[in-house]
Design a binder for this molecule. Structure first.
Ligand code: FAD
Ligand code: NAP
Length: 381
């Protein structure tokens, strides 16, 4: 068994944090960090893969839950594998006490038997789904438990109410040819204020706040065969990676550089402001000088009155983009799935239709053929 297969989400590798720094400037609205983690000899990945992180809940969040429920944390519970652990341990590393799930409300209500409080009744059942969705937005379990006190009487009940704390995936931002025994990530730390409290994402918060150099994190490598550099080292590559979507393209470019591959590389990056959010700027400059990065376009959305996005750069350069596709270019997209990836696809279809002087139907067929040939690949989340 390879070292990679040896470590899984259920049996992770305890990795040491080698580097952890903020990439975005102090004036940025984002806190995007670069984290380097150590790998055991023999653990291998391919650019395009992801790394899974098993984070823990904040100490303060655990203490708040204990206080609201009136437990002290030393109570014994059985975890998901029926192994006895303390309640404190369960709330720290096994249970999702962060964002409240609608399912948790329904499970919680079951504990009330016939005596469901009126306020809770309004949050359960199919007919109240929309209201419950609105209620859970921005709330954590602790907010809810505070509102309906005295219902959880046994610590073990929490395993029925709360979901399991799951690993979070991060696109790998490094090539092992450039960094043996290391895996790098580009992480946006999720922070927001909701219902009068400062909140943070579990895993990104862990890496942003509680993972100093020298500390350890349980991790595993996750293969993604659907996001791969072309086998043909001479094939041109177009990469659309706004925000943290840049991560796998750093891995792609480092890999192509390390292997001395001759194919052209075109990167289109977008973020809010050039001065504070230009992730890996120095490395791209160097790669341009080295002749690895053939072309770099940027879209800093908030540097001017009118927003400019990566798809606007595609539209401005549609003729050249189509020429690259005609030369057999592979087209990759990484980052936001909800809007960006769809808008980029529309811009790609436009570029094809205009370039070929054809209809949108023809562009759809062209894109379908690209997909079938694995020349259109997405890693969106
Ligand atoms: C294949 C893949 C690759 C990925 N690669 C990367 C990557 O390279 N870099 C990266 O940073 N992320 C990446 N992600 C996303 C990452 O896995 C996590 O989802 C992300 O870091 C958030 O996890 P968290 O534990 O910090 O936050 P969670 O604890 O999961 O909290 C996030 C949740 O908080 C809530 N929330 C967020 N903002 C607000 C708000 N303003 N108001 C109210 N509620 C809010 C939302 O419900 C949101 O879903 C990737 C995901 C996948 C699936
Ligand atoms: N699940 C989570 O909680 C979580 C955590 C971290 C990241 N993510 C996701 O990870 C992705 C990357 O996040 P990120 O903060 O690094 O970057 P991002 O939010 O994708 O922002 C990067 C750039 O894209 C721009 N943008 C906004 N809408 C766009 C669109 N429709 N098309 C093209 N560009 C668009 C932004 O501009 P403006 O901001 O000026 O509009 C910004 O300049 C997003 O999907 C984000 O939601 C999710």
């Amino acid at each position: 068994m390879s070292e990679t297969a040896k470590y899984t989400r259920n049996s992770p590798y305890t990795s040491r944090v080698l580097t952890n720094y903020r990439m975005t400037g102090p004036e940025s609205e984002k806190e995007t960090i670069h984290v380097e983690l150590e790998l055991e000899e023999g653990m291998t990945y391919t650019p395009g893969d992801a790394v899974g992180i098993l984070a823990t809940n904040r100490e303060q969040a655990v203490d708040e839950v204990l206080a609201v429920l009136g437990f002290n944390g030393t109570e014994r519970v059985l975890d998901h594998y029926k192994v006895e652990i303390s309640l404190h341990e369960a709330l720290t590393s096994r249970l999702a006490i962060g964002k409240l799930a609608r399912g948790s409300i329904n499970q919680f209500a079951k504990l009330c038997g016939e005596n469901v409080p009126e306020g809770l009744k309004a949050l359960i059942g199919q007919e109240n789904k929309a209201f419950a969705e609105e209620y859970v937005w921005g709330r954590e379990f602790v907010d809810f438990a505070k509102e309906f006190p005295g219902i959880v009487t046994e610590p073990q009940q929490l395993f029925n109410i709360l979901s399991r704390l799951t690993p979070r995936m991060y696109s790998i931002a490094s090539s092992q040819l450039a960094h043996p025994n290391e895996v790098h990530t580009t992480v946006r730390v999720v922070r927001y204020n909701a219902h009068g409290a400062e909140r943070q994402g579990v895993a990104s918060g862990h890496m942003g706040e509680r993972a100093p150099v020298g500390s350890t994190l349980p991790i595993f490598l996750h293969e993604n065969k659907a996001f791969r550099l072309p086998e043909d080292s001479n094939a041109p590559v177009i990469m659309i990676g706004p925000g943290t979507g840049i991560a796998p393209f750093r891995a792609f470019l480092e890999e192509r550089q390390a292997k001395g591959e001759k194919g052209d590389n075109w990167l289109i990056f977008g973020e809010q402001r050039r001065v504070s959010d230009f992730l890996y700027e120095k490395q791209w400059e160097q790669m341009q000088k080295d002749g690895v990065l053939t072309r770099l376009d940027t879209a800093f959305s908030r540097d001017q009155g009118k927003k400019v996005y990566v798809q606007d750069r595609m539209a401005e350069n549609a003729a050249e983009l189509y020429a690259w596709l005609e030369r057999g270019a592979y087209f990759y997209v990484c980052g936001d799935a909800s809007r960006m990836a769809k808008d980029v696809e529309l811009a790609l279809l436009d570029a094809i239709a205009n370039g070929a002087n054809s209809t949108l139907d023809h562009a759809q067929e062209y894109l379908a053929a690209m997909k079938a040939a694995k020349r259109y690949q997405r890693d969106v989340y």
